[in-house]
Design a protein around this ligand. Structure first.
Ligand code: NAD
Length: 336
């Protein structure tokens, strides 16, 4: 069964490629390498021990979709391709609306034109902002996004659900990811931030590897047990497995139109200090850090209730925070 993965050379897409292969699907990548490199493809070939199906192109180009849908018989699509740097999205919102929202509209038009029925969309827990109650369930309200990037995720969810429900035959799912970290066990693929990482874990591993100065801990006066902000870190391979489950669930649905959305996290909240301690105990490496003032716009605490995805998708995160951090470190050592 051919599954098209847009942005399949990226961090989450490449791990999902491996998970799909392991579960008997035939993944096909489309990527323009705007935030990844062609080396990912050769690394994937080493992991999977075979050549990789890849079409190089921009998912905002209608001709790429025509090429893909005439070349391959596609059962479903996982739409990862998007720009994801929050700070850049504030400086250049139109790049984000054009790339993330524009590509999703075109994708839905082309799915309808070519009769492709199944879509899994990469959404984010940013849609919840700072939820009033924790863990956050799918029933929590979607709050006004704090950045154009976050807004693109909300808008795309709406476009996908409205479009799906207006058809006779589309089926789609949005997966709201919490904080993906870690890397494949082989340390052949992982997260490749271009420039200084905006996320905690790649900054931490680069700092420990001596590529950056001390880790900056933004705020120690949050109303949390140790004063630092709490997030839900999920191993990227667990996240990849959730896509396989979501796709299988979607394909199984015999009633269309169909739309649903799920939290995909570990279900555990970890503070920045807990992450530092877990990293040190998992790797034996010391983390040097500096305490800084809170950053405006950062939320205090968010972690997922995964009851809905556990029950309906039959999926649960299996890997611990320590394992995720050990794999993130092995990846950092492999690329340094
Ligand atoms: N990593 C996270 O923390 C996180 C959290 C929540 C949601 N997400 C979402 O998950 C998806 C994947 O994230 P990731 O961390 O793997 O990002 P990534 O940047 O590593 O991967 C995205 C891939 O898409 C490609 N791409 C971007 N625009 C494209 C275009 N127009 N045409 C073709 N390819 C294009 C990039 O080259 C890259 O390989 C994104 O939609 C992101 O917004 C990520």
């Amino acid at each position: 069964m051919n599954i098209l993965i847009t942005g399949g050379a990226g961090f989450i897409g490449s791990h999902t490629y491996v998970a799909l292969k392991e579960h008997g699907f035939t993944p096909i990548i489309v990527d323009n390498f705007s935030n990844s490199t062609e080396k990912v493809i050769s690394q994937l070939a080493e992991i999977c021990q075979e050549s990789i199906e890849i079409v190089k192109g921009d998912v905002n180009d209608p001709k790429i979709w025509d090429q893909l849908f005439t070349q391959y018989s596609i059962e479903g699509i996982i739409h990862f391709a998007a720009a994801k740097a929050v700070g850049e999205s504030v400086e250049n919102p139109l790049k984000y609306y054009r790339n993330n929202v524009g590509s999703t509209i075109l994708l839905l038009e082309k799915m309808q034109q070519y009769g492709i029925k199944n879509l899994v969309f990469s959404s984010s827990c940013t849609v919840y902002g700072q939820p009033e109650t924790l863990p956050v369930t799918e029933n929590s309200p979607v709050l006004r996004a704090l950045s154009p990037y976050g807004n693109t995720k909300q808008i795309c969810e709406e476009i996908i659900s409205e479009t799906t429900l207006a058809t006779q035959d589309l089926k789609s799912i949005s997966l709201r990811y919490f904080n993906p970290i870690g890397a494949h066990k082989s340390a052949k693929i992982g997260e490749l931030p271009l420039g200084p990482p905006a996320n905690l874990i790649p900054y931490l591993t680069q700092s420990v590897a001596g590529l950056r100065g001390p880790l900056q801990v933004w705020g120690t006066d949050y109303p949390t047990p140790d004063g630092t902000a709490i997030r839900d870190y999920i191993h990227v391979c667990d996240l990849a497995d959730a896509h396989v489950k979501a796709l299988a669930y979607l394909i199984k649905q015999d009633k269309a139109p169909f739309y649903d959305y799920f939290n995909i996290g570990s279900g555990q909240g970890s503070s920045v200090m807990q992450v530092i301690q877990a990293f040190e105990s998992a790797t034996g490496k010391k983390v040097n850090y500096e305490i800084r003032d809170k950053r405006p716009g950062d939320i205090t605490s968010v972690y997922a209730s995964t009851e809905k995805s556990n029950k309906i998708l039959d999926w649960k995160a299996k890997r611990s925070l320590e394992e995720s951090l050990r794999d993130a470190w092995a990846w950092q050592e492999a690329i340094k």
